[in-house]
Each structure stands twice: as structure tokens, then as C-alpha cells.
Design a protein around this ligand. Structure first.
Ligand SMILES: [Mn+2]
Length: 312
């Protein structure tokens, strides 16, 4: 509560507020960032509120980013949503802001910000933004339909449509309140889960290649050649990482995606805690869902060995 009061005071105090989130955004990153921005803008129409970071074409249905010039940062309050560590903040210019606030639900691997509100029990940062808004509503501020849509998208995204164990009674309670607002939930689901024909074909390839070790580790490698053959970009493969969750015998899995200069790794688990392994390979994240980066296929194999060790 004290944190919420402190955050609201800062928002009231600053005339210019710039909101950030992590690189390679997902619906929770966008939902929390833009949801908070639109909430502030709706309640304080005289303030200048911006969302910064690169646009993401697959999330255009949620929002587009603003252009912010360097000078604007020097007088601003920067709020960073859904980002555990500083290297992952999209737009490094938060460094020149007057003050920084961190709002996040990942394990705290990097303490930053003049105010830091971290709640690892929250399903999503969007859920936390709702809590903040709920608190502010008692102070007379209003939630709008568009804000409700954005936060709902963030919660749905990070809980895998209310499937993951991070989904709590509170999550459902918040979702129940959000759907009382006017937005097209069916359209939102269509936009979030529609897959293109190239991705559908790549899905077929991935299932065909399925290879599960005796201990329950599954690893799949998508080289540049394969991506080219299927006409899919590294970014577009992110929606396929959940593919293995329903397959029997798989305890944890890694998807390697070759990029220009590195190999991105997406790690998922049904029990063994994998973020320690991710941390050893230039990454991090949640206990059961992490990301990492390796620089050769040999290093990729070492990471697979680390998963084998973890499971055994
Ligand atoms: Mn999140």
C-alpha cells in the first residue's frame, strides 16, 4: 500500500511521464506499459505521457509506440514495466530521466529504480497495474475500456489463457472485473492467437522432429536454413515455444533459434527450475519460463547437457 501511495504521488508530481518495458515485447509488456500510460493520460489530461521502445508488428493490434526526443527524458519520470534487469529495458534513455520506477513480477535479479515494486506472486505486470489502478480508483481516478482491454490482454498472455500455475484466485477476480468493461474479447483472442500459414507449417516440422531424451529433456534447433525454408523470422517463432507443454514425458524443453549473430534460447519447464541454467547462458526469467542466448551450436549442446543434469 505504501508503495502504491508513493507511486501515485510521483505520477501526480511529474508533468512528463515516459513508460518503458522490455525488449522483444510480449502482450504483458505492452499491456502493462500502454495500459498504465492510457490510465494516466485519461485521468491527468494535462500531463505528457509517452510509451517508448520499438514497435512490434505482431502486437500492433494492442498499441503503437510514441516518438520521444532526448530532451523530453531529462525532465521526465520514467516507469519501467515488466523488466527484471536493466540490460533488457527497451530504450536506454531512461538513464537520463529525473527518477525511475520499476514495476515487475519477475524474480528480482537486478535492483534498480528510485522506487521498486516487485511482486513475484503476481501472474503478470498487467495484474499489478490493475492493483495500482484499483488503489487509485479509491482516490477518485477512473479505469477506461481501452485500459481494461490492454490489461486483460497482458494477463491472458502471461497466464497462457489462465492455464499456468501463476494464475491465482486474485487473477480470476481481476479478470472478472476487467471483462465488465466494453471491449471485444473474441477479437482480442483472434488477434493474439492467430498464426500465419508459414508458422503453421513450421509447427508441423517441429512436431515431426520431436526428440525427447530418456530423462525428459526435449531440444529443438531452428537454424537459419530451416527458418528460410519455412519463410519465418526468429521473432515469429516465439509463439511456438508452448508446443511441447502437452506432450507426455517432457519435463523441460529448449527451443534454439539462430539469429544474425547469436542463437536465442527459449526454455520452458513443467517442474525443474530452469532460470538458473538460463542465467549461466546470458539470460534469466521465471522458474518455469526463461530465455537465454548462446553463440554456437556447441554451446547449445552444453546448455542441453545442463538441462539433462538438472533433471537427473
Ligand atoms: Mn510479464
Amino acid at each position: 500500500m505504501e508503495l502504491l501511495t508513493a507511486i501515485l504521488k510521483k505520477i501526480e508530481h511529474y508533468q512528463t511521464i515516459i513508460i518503458h518495458r522490455h525488449v522483444r515485447p510480449d502482450p504483458d509488456a505492452f499491456g502493462s506499459q500502454v495500459g498504465l500510460a492510457k490510465f494516466i493520460q485519461a485521468n491527468f489530461p494535462d500531463k505528457a505521457v509517452y510509451c517508448t521502445g520499438e514497435d512490434e508488428s505482431s502486437l500492433n493490434f494492442l498499441a503503437k509506440m510514441d516518438q520521444v526526443d532526448d530532451r523530453t527524458f531529462t525532465e521526465a519520470l520514467a516507469i519501467v514495466c515488466d523488466t527484471a534487469n536493466r540490460p533488457r529495458i527497451d530504450d536506454t534513455r531512461y538513464q537520463s530521466a529525473q527518477e525511475v520506477i520499476k514495476i515487475d513480477h519477475h524474480p528480482e535479479v537486478d535492483v534498480y529504480g528510485n522506487i521498486s515494486w516487485v511482486d513475484t506472486n503476481a501472474s503478470s505486470t498487467s495484474e499489478m497495474i490493475f492493483q495500482f489502478i484499483d488503489y487509485s480508483r479509491n482516490q477518485g481516478l477512473d479505469l477506461t475500456d481501452e485500459v481494461a482491454r490492454l490489461l486483460y490482454a497482458g494477463i491472458v498472455g502471461d497466464t497462457g489463457r489462465f492455464l499456468y500455475p501463476s494464475t491465482t484466485e486474485q487473477t480470476f477476480h481481476i479478470a472478472a472485473q476487467l471483462i465488465q468493461y466494453q471491449f471485444d474479447r473474441t477479437q482480442l483472442y483472434h488477434d493474439m492467437y492467430r498464426i500465419s500459414i508459414p508458422i503453421a507449417r513450421l509447427k508441423g516440422y517441429l512436431l515431426e522432429q520431436l526428440n525427447v531424451s530418456e530423462s525428459g529433456v526435449c531440444a529443438v534447433k531452428l537454424s537459419k536454413d530451416i527458418l528460410e525454408r519455412y519463410q519465418v523470422t526468429p521473432d515469429q517463432t516465439s509463439m511456438l515455444v508452448g508446443l511441447y507443454g502437452d506432450i507426455e514425458g517432457i519435463k523441460c524443453w529448449a527451443m534454439f533459434v539462430e539469429d544474425e549473430e547469436s542463437i536465442r534460447v527459449r526454455l520452458r519447464s513443467k517442474g525443474p527450475v530452469i532460470n538458473q541454467v538460463a542465467a549461466r547462458y546470458n539470460g534469466g526469467g521465471h522458474p518455469l519460463a526463461s530465455g537465454a542466448t548462446v553463440y554456437s551450436w556447441e554451446e547449445a549442446d552444453q546448455l542441453i547437457d545442463a538441462l539433462e543434469e538438472l533433471v537427473n
